[in-house]
Design a protein around this ligand. Sequence first.
Ligand code: FAD
Length: 364
Amino acid sequence: MDEHVDTVVIGGSQSGLSVGYHLAQRGCRFVILDAHDRVGDAWRRRWDSLRLFTTARYDGLPGMPFPAPTHAYPTKGEVADYLLAYAQRFDLPVETGVTVHRLARDGRRFVVAAGDRAITADNVVVATGTYHTPRVPAFADGLDPTIRQLHSKAYRNPSQLQAGDVLVVGAGNSGAEIALEVSEHHRTWLSGRDPGQEPTRAGSLPDRLLHPVMWFVASRVLTIDSPIGRRVRDHFLDPPRGIPLGRARRSDIRAAGIDRVPRTTGVRDGRPRLEDGRSLEVSNVIWCTGFEMDLSWIDLPVIGDHGFPRQEYGLVPSQPGLYFMGLPFQRSLSSALLGGVGRDAGFIADHIAARTAGMPAMSA
Ligand code: FAD
């Protein structure tokens, strides 16, 4: 079945919905396609106890503040419900349960293939997130098969673990929070580099006072337009690494009795081996080692360093009409956060609106 739409947005979570909001404001014709059954499912599928590390004040998308007290840390369920309510309030044309399996070009138009549908479009926004393929070291295959292994993508709660000790590999925010949770039931080891921590405890008075300053820095100072912003971008993306601990703090990790150990670098006799040579007798390993972005379904030469697309502010210079949304440091440190996507989305919608206005024959 062949169809034509001026703009196809692929992905209907925070990034895709923000672009949709701005496209609608500009009177553009578009559709948002999302693989999940319900808007917000990207959040519903994360672990049960997950709460945001950003407060509600900084979790709103354009045009609709997050419905929670300013200093609250919303749960993942509240985020999912907010996204669904957002799509409904602005009557955004989201088609759920539609997985795009190929994006290619046919002359000046793009062809978006989903199942037996082939949709042609003048513009395409890829807003499919960055958390696709769990990154697990190859040596994980050498662990004893009796050890239960999970990636943070599959982790929901401690009931998934078997009796015995737990090694959490990766000491960023996900690793620290999951280690704190499982340490209530199991002796727990947390392995990996210390990513640092935010200067103040989440929710404390100093934190509340500092938050507006930190948000200003994250969205207005640490941008790719400033030398310091570019330095910070390269620090976090080349190679990719996690941001400092937010809600979980080093003192919480110590107080929970978690053994803080160096990186896990291999396997000895079926057991995980640490950088310092020790091997650990654990029954469970939780890999909090991040994700790779999967753009293999995009049949266009857009992939650059570390699997991220080559783009500038979300625009792909080599493929006019192709855009990305929600990338880390697309414009600023806050670009991939709920409160930061709106500005990038407005910029891209402006670009699409101008392009569409200059191409009446293409969008007829
Ligand atoms: P996603 O939410 O990943 O959504 C992508 C959408 O694209 C999905 O709905 C998916 O179904 C769809 N899709 C993917 N591929 C296809 C395809 N081929 N065809 C059709 N549809 C497709 N941010 C904050 O601001 N505050 C926080 O406290 C915070 N905490 C976080 C905690 C964790 C553990 C993680 C992982 C992230 C956190 N983030 C936080 C970061 C960020 O807000 C989220 O990652 C956010 O989900 C990214 O939104 P997105 O719309 O870009 O992508």
